[in-house]
Design a protein around this ligand. Sequence first.
Ligand code: GDP
Ligand code: IMO
Ligand code: MG
Length: 430
Amino acid sequence: MSEINNTLVVVGVQWGDEGKGKMTDYLGQKADVVVRYQGGNNAGHTITFGGNKYALQSIPSGVFNPHIKNVMANGMVINPKAAIGELEGLKERGITDFQLFISDRAAVIMPYHIALDGAYEALKGGKQIGTTKKGIGPAYCDKYSRVGIRIGDLIDPEYFAERLRDALTQKNLELRALGLEEFDFDTLYKEFLAYGEILRPYICDTSILLNKEIEEGKKVLFEGAQGVMLCIENGTYPFVTSSSPTAASVPLGAGVAPRYINRALGICKAYTTRVGAGPFPTELEGELADYIRERGHEYGTVTGRPRRVGYLDAVGLRHACRISGINYLSIMLFDVLTGVETLKICTGYELDGKVIDYVPATLSALERCKPIYIEMDGWKEEIEDVRDFDALPATAKAYLRKIEELTNTEIAVVSVGPDRTQTIMIKDIF
Ligand code: GDP
Ligand code: IMO
Ligand code: MG
């Protein structure tokens, strides 16, 4: 069998919101297939072109290109009502010509997952994760404890009745114990059968479809949600999401062989943001944070919360690049840094008097880490119209070269604005 190199995984290498939507849409113009393989409508992926801005939550970012097959694969957790709402929203804005395939094996987010997400957060006192309250964690828990409902169940009425009855026996017990309202079988059953009927035309075995496409040499782009630092396995646990956005997650989450996945593009902001609680060693407060937040419109796509802002953290980036096997980086929101006089990059942490160059596993250790910085000169010129690497200010180029050196990873793309066209392609990788 010849080596497959027509697939590429788009992976966020920080705490999400790095610009994965923009890059997936941009690279997607050359793709045949775009696949979401984990997460759900906790994601908010923004795409801007032709003067229009769209925010997608569970629908893949290839949906604006009619030639693309968009796949919501088995590793996702899907809220059918929200997905239908997204599709209606797209149709209202004239996006009617798209191809969509939803895995019959994907997990369903039920209303009790959303209720439980809120209740678990409330129980944490001052230690909330700051989840998006979309029911993500409880839906993945049910999948793993084998009481989950799957998308394919929604179009098999008898089997769905059995699954829902079993799930509600357990869930209502838990809801009652938490003092929450229980869910009525008949109401939920009717509601979700109706969603199943609406989604029926899209539901199929997406693993069969994907393997065929890959083996035929079609170009397949896997669109990660969240970022490696929010990964359930490798992130800043427990302040993480409940799935793994790394490239390693693709074979399982999309039902394709690991040998088909050999290239990953790391999507990385030129600085760092985080929304929700949890450790953030390079976090900034004050004037510079406000400057970056305003220039970068750093407010959550899903929840509207102001994002926490900080300097670039090369320790975190090395961790993410190693875990996800990042071949190339795409540096995003580079235009936002114009006007920052001195840029800092964290190159190591000081932990209890010792210098370390890795991300410690425990929260208590990570919270004690103090960033060690190098300083670099910034630039004053606006760069949003630059389309050629050589035309960037010398100090901007030096900042990019330093990122390559510190992460030992080549930069293939630099993004200088939200629009599709505001992109500097250094190396054609797809
Ligand atoms: P995602 O979750 O990784 O897809 O990222 P989000 O869409 O949540 O957040 C990224 C934000 O930055 C969005 O508002 C994008 O429109 C915007 N964006 C993406 N690339 C650039 C860029 O190069 N410059 C600027 N100024 N904004 C960008
Ligand atoms: P995209 O794909 C940024 C964060 C939440 C919270 C934690 C757990 O747009 O980059 P969850 O609802 O998943 O249980 O919340 O993860 N989070 C994100 N932060 N971007 C995202 O997605 C996120 N998805 C979840 O804020 O801290
Ligand atoms: Mg986002």
